[in-house]
Write a protein that binds this ligand. Structure first.
Ligand code: NAP
Ligand code: MG
Length: 517
């Protein structure tokens, strides 16, 4: 139990002020929403949603703050503010992790050690990056040019609940660094850490109106943002179905730039011929499949064993079961907990239904934790085998603590199990032979391929999906800035400037300002 966390929760729920704009929290004018703790099923309190009029007012505040130019046009200042914000995030890791634990069931220790440092790391990464870019300069006989990157303007960000603070960091850090104003809508299942973060942003010196948070549901506030004529770009992480809706909203409104990070159905391939330490691999698989209760778009929901040797397969399966047995399921706030609940009762019921359907169609249960808490939204970590292709689990993204063992005889079969899916977000290959690992990297078509250990890369590497796992844009890395900036060309005609000697026949030159001087 964290006293600081409990205090933050109390303050956030006091007075029903779930809309953050112009540097303060105000009361939403829309319907009231109960915040449920997924671990217990009990209500934490409630917050009122923003009304559609309030969405307009908040977007107008963001526009005014952006247009004033004080934020958009001063990169070094933004960089300094983002660094201060990073320090504040680190200093308040406990409160942030507590809020995500009680509201979204995130494991507290994992948040403190990984999610919160990811946010502060992101803020520092873009604080550095933004002061390093000056654009491209060039000249020819007719004049000289400057290709500069300008902020897109007002950015809308619609977030999922599975990594509330980390996903916020992935969107907010590059968007703010680039000089935009932001209107954020967290998922209704995970609003509190975003409201808390907004308070820290103001404390760090983010100007009023530059960062705004709207409490509200997808079909109401999310849709209003998607259709809003004065939001210039919209970044979304969530399901494919809602992602497609955002493309439609854009087409029906102002052609706002939409970037989508969507689901996945990651395969974890074990190349038996080049895999030695089954215990180590099994522990890695289990972490990748059951971390965040499997509610992770890169969760290893398929474990693909490549090889014909039955004995070796049996050894691996035993190692997997032994590793799964090690997982401590329970209270997200407890220090020993590895896996908490799933997000809500609807998710719990759907995951349970999918497992039952697969089993009724012939899947066998290799492992399932015998007991999970009865109250709240719990699903046991489960490993299945022989899941039929015509079941929900055989096709869809389970987004829960369920993985399936798949056995194939050839590497080519494993490659098609990955590449022939509509999803193409991430995959892991365990292969200790370098030459063979290079073969895998040339064959497997996904946004992130991890070799010899599950990973999503780092803050500095782009993250996003191929095929239907994404639509344009990336999170993380310098590439993330593309979704929040426009390229603008400035061309200064030679005739209008002071007279200048140009060597006849001189080629256009490009380079940095210093190189061209
Ligand atoms: P979701 O239902 O698509 O919701 C995502 C966000 O969209 C939420 O803020 C939601 O609001 C909002 N929304 C829902 N319906 C909407 C509508 N009709 N119009 C506008 N906005 C709407 O997804 P989720 O259940 O939160 O997250 C699970 C999915 O996200 C999985 O498919 C997972 O793979 C994907 N995901 C992808 C990544 C990635 O980086 N590729 C990362 C994490 C998750 P409310 O929740 O408030 O209704
Ligand atoms: Mg909740």
């Amino acid at each position: 139990m964290s006293e600081k966390g409990a205090q933050a929760l109390k303050e956030l729920l006091e007075g029903d002020r779930g809309v953050f704009t112009a540097g303060e929290r105000i009361t939403g004018q829309g319907p009231s929403v109960e915040l449920i703790c997924p671990a217990t099923g009990e209500a934490l309190g409630s917050l009122s949603e923003a009304s559609s009029e309030q969405v307009d007012t908040v977007v107008a505040a963001a526009r005014a703050a952006f247009s004033s130019g004080t934020w958009a046009q001063d990169g070094p200042h933004r960089s300094a503010v983002l660094r201060r914000l990073a320090d504040l995030v680190d200093a308040h890791a406990e409160e942030i992790a507590y809020l995500d634990a009680v509201e979204a069931g995130k494991v507290f220790v994992g948040s403190v050690e990984e999610d919160v440092p990811d946010v502060s790391g992101n803020l520092r990464f873009y604080a550095d990056l933004i002061t390093q870019s000056e654009g491209r300069f060039l000249q020819d006989a007719t004049g000289w040019g400057w290709v500069r990157k300008v902020p897109v303007g007002v950015v809308g960000a619609v977030l999922p609940w599975n990594y509330p603070i980390a996903m916020l960091g992935w969107k907010v850090a590059p968007a703010l660094a680039a000089g935009n104003a932001i209107v954020l809508k967290p998922s209704e299942d995970s609003t509190l850490s975003a409201l808390f973060f907004a308070g820290l942003a103001t404390e760090a010196g983010v100007p009023d109106g530059i960062l705004n948070v709207l409490t509200g549901g997808g079909p109401s506030v999310g849709q209003a943002m998607g259709l809003h004529p004065d939001i210039d770009a919209l970044t979304f992480t969530g399901s494919g179905e809602v992602g497609r809706a955002f493309l439609e909203y854009s087409a029906r409104s102002n052609l706002k730039k939409v970037s989508l990070e969507l689901g996945g159905r990651a395969g974890y391939i074990i190349d038996e011929e080049h895999a030695s330490d089954f215990e180590g691999i099994a522990a890695d698989v289990v972490g990748a499949a059951f971390g965040t209760s499997g509610q992770n778009c890169t969760a290893s929901s398929r474990v693909i064993f490549v090889g014909d040797n039955d004995e070796r397969f049996g050894q691996f399966r035993d190692a997997l079961v032994a590793a799964a047995r090690e997982i401590t399921v329970g209270d997200p706030l407890a220090e020993e907990t590895v896996m908490g609940p799933v997000i809500n009762a609807e998710a719990r019921d759907r995951i349970t239904r999918w497992v039952e359907e697969a089993v009724s169609k012939g899947a066998s249960v290799v492992f399932a934790t015998p007991e999970v808490p009865q109250q709240g939204n719990w699903c046991p970590p489960t490993v299945l085998q022989d899941v039929p292709a015509d079941s929900e689990l055989g096709r869809g993204e389970v987004f829960g603590p369920v993985t399936q063992l798949v056995r194939v005889s050839s590497r080519e079969e494993a490659v098609s199990a990955i590449n022939d899916e509509p999803y193409g977000l991430a995959s892991t290959v365990w292969c200790e032979d370098l030459k063979q690992a290079k073969w895998w990297t040339d064959q497997v078509r996904v946004g992130t391929l991890a070799i010899n250990g599950y990973s999503e890369g780092t803050i500095a590497t782009p993250f996003g999906g191929l095929r239907q796992s994404g639509f344009w844009g990336r999170d993380n890395g310098p590439e993330a800035l593309d979704a929040y900036q426009e390229a603008m060309t400035v061309w200064v005609a030679q005739g209008l400037g002071p007279p200048r000697e140009v060597n006849p026949g001189q080629e256009a030159r490009s380079g940095t300002r210093e190189e061209l001087a």
